[in-house]
Design a protein around this ligand. Sequence first.
Ligand SMILES: [Zn+2]
Length: 209
Amino acid sequence: MINVKYINNNSDNGIIHGIDTYDHCKTRAITGFLPLVYNRMGIKEFTDMDETLSRLEDTSLDQFWMQHALELARQAEAEGEVPVGAVLVRNNEVIGEGWNRPIASHDPTGHAEINALRDAANRIGNYRLVDSTLYVTLEPCVMCAGAIIHARVKRVVYGATEPKTGAVVSVFDVLTDQRHNHRPEVTGGILAEQCASQLQEFFKSRRSK
Ligand SMILES: [Zn+2]
């Protein structure tokens, strides 16, 4: 039996040393990827998504989905956009994915969160995304916080804080304002270092060009 406790590439105190995804393993029509779990003894591969997820503790589960959001952010980076990724999850299934692409889509609203919300609403045929959790690599802005409330997202998990435009804790507190009749639960700082360094690396390499 494998004791799944940590998802941390550098951790020596846990058994799991990293979690990755396979794009080509279409194990489910919606999720479309298979978790790969590395341990100190080598690589353990799980073919059963439900079993893997059921082994993860809540904190690890947040990290698992944040890793997926980081993957989506890499997609933005590949397209020359600021790397932010977002994934919407319900009952441990992906219902929407998005990455930042305002430049390519000629769309000022083309943030990762908006794209993930649109994708989910299209897939399930409902503009209300109740009981869903949105994982996003960067603290949402005012616009995205507004859209999250309109969509009735149940929970928001973000990675790095955004000191200039963040609308959860940094500049505004739109998501948690008591005047809204829908207020999502919020967890911040999941894989914050990885999320922040992905952005820092992007801006660093852009400056050097
Ligand atoms: Zn935004």
